[in-house]
Design a binder for this molecule. Structure first.
Ligand SMILES: *Cc1c(COP(=O)(O)O)cnc(C)c1O
Length: 428
């Protein structure tokens, strides 16, 4: 048996078949800094996966790391249930000052168990409890996590199949663009809400991602979002925006709905909210809907104290002024140009997503997979998304230096050229 650090046989032998990302990137990673990650063979890769948008500020941000080391060295609280701690206080203060107040948001902050799915579970429970209704409207290709409640709102058939039981209480309607450009799917939602015989019970909540992360980077139009928000209000349903993946600057603003005429009743956050890749779940809920009693939605790891330390630094470092927004806009343009180069190589390919949550639909999962595999051989980590994994999805850290971003895109473009060139030759 090999004991070499770079050998991956142990994982195949002993780790559950449920493992996933590691199958596509079959090496042993040992260290990471910024937008680059290094494996046991000493090979450095550019990371366009970034913990699936959990590392929007890159790996091991120096300021977050130093704050955490200082906290550890001083015997700061490591686990505090939901007790008042200095770190939680400092995070709430920073979040209130730099995120909530400037947007006129009076939302309460509810720390859930430390995953996106747990935040979604809490959001759905709050909506049902607050309205006394059961049904939640979710949308085609939405992804909200894989615990049973969240899974009932998730569209993906493979994930749903893992439940092994019926998934109830959610009605799925077509997301913006699902029926093509000529159909406004909000018309259907409106008609069904207004028709007592449509079969859609008055919903507790209408829940969606503004850009569907796992579902193929489908980006809802702001007009659709504001219209659905208005319909929710008119019909007494809470509006839940699942910003677990699209939030924290990924699509531009701190929230994916920044700049739109919409104020969700509930926002779910996880992934990059800790800033450092640490587990943390957060639900923002309007005071009127803050209906969970003490410990009604509890959890041993509500509020991860170490995550509070780094999350506070992330907010203060990146969101105290508009400088970061400018960086995101500039880098999003670089990504767009790179993806356009790929789209030009594949018939019918087109760009998807918004901000730094962009991708290119190359038609089939097979082609997208081949391009990503080739890119990995050449030093880039990038994944696919969509019903058939047909979208090459770029989730580079928002802090990626422009030069590194271009280098990563060049690897991807070269991989696409090689794979599509090879396909063309094979077809001739
Ligand atoms: C990742 C994700 C979730 C689930 O988060 P976990 O931490 O994996 O449970 C929920 N909603 C969206 C939009 C996500 O991208």
């Amino acid at each position: 048996m090999s004991t070499k650090l770079s050998d991956t046989a142990l994982f195949a032998r002993r780790e559950s078949e449920a493992r996933s990302y590691c199958r596509g990137f079959d090496t042993v990673f040992t260290s990471a800094r910024g937008s680059e990650i290094t494996d046991a063979k000493g090979r450095t890769y550019i990371d366009f996966l970034a913990g699936c948008s959990s590392l929007n500020y890159g790996h091991n941000d120096t300021d977050m790391k130093l704050a955490l080391i200082e906290h550890l060295s001083a015997d700061g609280i490591a686990h505090g249930l939901d007790l008042h701690t200095d770190t939680k206080k400092a995070f709430i203060q920073a979040f209130e000052t730099h995120i909530l107040k400037p947007r006129g948001m009076d939302h309460k902050m509810m720390f859930t168990g430390p995953t996106g799915a747990n935040a979604v579970e809490a959001a759905m429970k709050i909506a049902r409890k607050s309205t006394g209704r059961t049904e939640v409207v979710a949308f085609t290709n939405g992804f909200h996590g894989v615990t049973q409640g969240a899974l009932s709102a998730t569209g993906n058939g493979y994930h749903r199949g893992g439940a092994g039981t019926s998934l109830n209480g959610v009605t799925r309607l077509p997301f913006d663009g699902y029926m093509g450009e000529d159909v406004d799917t909000a018309d259907l939602l409106e008609a069904m809400l207004n028709d007592a015989s449509s079969g859609l019970d008055a919903p507790a909540a209408i829940m969606f991602e503004t850009v569907q992360g796992e579902g193929g980077l489908n980006a809802a139009r702001p007009e659709w979002i504001t219209r659905v928000a208005k319909l929710a209000k008119e019909h007494g349903a809470l509006l839940i925006i699942d910003d677990v993946q699209a939030g924290c600057g990924r699509t531009g603003g701190f929230f994916s709905f920044d700049g739109m005429d919409v104020m969700p009743d509930i926002v779910t956050m996880a992934k990059s909210i800790s800033g450092f890749g640490l587990p943390m779940g957060l639900v923002l809920v309007r005071p009127d809907e803050d209906v969970m009693g003490p410990a009604e939605h509890n959890g041993t790891f509500r509020g991860n104290t170490h995550a509070f330390v780094t999350a506070r630094v992330a907010i203060e470092k990146f969101w105290a002024d508009d400088a970061f927004l400018g960086d995101i806009t500039r880098r999003a343009k670089i990504v767009e140009e790179g993806l356009e180069a790929i789209a030009s190589m594949v018939d019918g390919a087109y760009l998807k997503g918004r901000g730094m949550m962009r991708g290119v639909d190359v038609g089939t999962g097979e082609l997208a997979g081949e391009i990503c595999a080739k890119a990995f051989e050449n030093g880039l980590i990038v994944e696919t998304s969509g019903s058939d994994d047909e979208v090459i999805k770029i989730l580079a850290p928002l802090t990626t230096p422009d030069e590194t971003l271009r280098r990563g895109l060049d690897i991807l473009i070269a991989a696409a050229a090689e794979v599509t060139g090879a396909n063309k030759i094979a077809a001739e």
